[in-house]
Design a protein around this ligand. Structure first.
Ligand code: HEC
Length: 259
């Protein structure tokens, strides 16, 4: 065993195995340790990283003549030495079985939902273009709140919500509108702690103004039915309906952290 560990062939195999384990199970294991949610490493990324490791290993085993010879030796012995016949027979049986299994495993039908690697709340832009005018998102507060027009805005937001948003987001803001079941992804509930409670008002403003079409790339691949409301509502309308959402759901918006 000790002797084998000094052989480049086995060292290379060990490096590959350790890299695989680290990439496959190590990376998703780290984020929960520091308290953020993790996503599985996509197969294509895993394959790419493993190829990189394999190339590195090949460079290392072949960079001097002696090591290259020692690396090839176990392979050559297994293929030609008469006393290694059993190894050859075993490989002859195992390799096709392995290939067969991998092929079967990739094509067999699955019933589990596809892994959700979409960011539900992608990072907002610093500033957006609202009908040709710049509107700052980062650090911005709801101007209607600042101007103390909360009651007026709430009423205006109420009208807008029941005219435009209810069919999808529901009478109770719970994402259970009449049309909701026709969409995937479904309209989000605006109650509870998982959606707007985690967001600042200007983030919500951005999402309402730009809708599904305005989602950045990390929101893909998916087809959000959320319309881009800048085409139908004014800037003030959107601030008003944003304020209404928080008032109606009884939650307060997240505030921008002081820098
Ligand atoms: C055609 C259906 C539909 C209508 C109408 C609609 N939405 Fe949506 N909305 C969605 C869907 C689907 C999502 C989830 C996908 C997404 O985030 O884009 C969503 C997401 C949202 C979000 C993001 C919440 C979060 O946590 O990221 C907000 C805020 C929102 N809608 C507000 C509104 C408001 C306000 C209106 C009315 C002016 C409205 N929506 C009208 C379908 C709709």
């Amino acid at each position: 065993m000790r002797k084998n560990l000094q052989e480049p062939f086995w060292q290379a195999l060990i490096v590959l195995a350790i890299s695989y384990v680290l990439l496959k199970w190590g990376i998703p294991y780290i984020p929960p340790l520091i308290g953020v949610s993790s996503a599985p490493v996509p197969q294509s990324v895993l394959v790419q990283f493993m190829l990189t490791v394999a190339v590195g290993v090949l460079v290392w085993v072949s960079d001097n003549e002696e090591r290259w010879r020692r690396f090839k030796q176990p392979i050559r012995e297994a293929l030609v030495l008469p006393e290694r016949k059993r190894v050859r027979v075993a490989l002859l049986v195992l390799l096709p079985l392995l290939v067969g299994f991998v092929t079967y495993d990739t094509v067999r039908p699955r019933v589990d939902a596809p892994a959700g690697i979409r960011a539900v709340h992608p990072a907002p832009p610093t500033q957006i273009d609202f009908r040709g005018e710049p509107v700052r998102i980062e650090g911005a507060e709801n101007p209607l709140r600042e101007e103390g027009r909360i009651e007026e805005a709430r009423e205006r937001g109420f009208d807008i919500y029941y005219q435009s948003c209810m069919p999808c987001h529901g009478d109770y803001l719970d994402g259970q509108g009449h049309f909701a079941h026709g969409y995937s992804p479904a309209p989000l509930t605006l109650r509870g702690g998982s959606t707007i409670a985690q967001l600042t008002e200007s983030y919500v403003f951005w999402r309402i103004a730009k809708g599904g079409p305005g989602l950045p790339r990390e929101g893909n691949p998916w087809n959000s039915a959320m319309p881009a409301w800048e085409d139908f509502l004014t800037e003030e309308d959107i601030w008003a309906v944003t304020l209404f959402l928080y008032e109606q759901a009884g939650i307060s918006p997240r505030t921008w952290e002081e820098h």
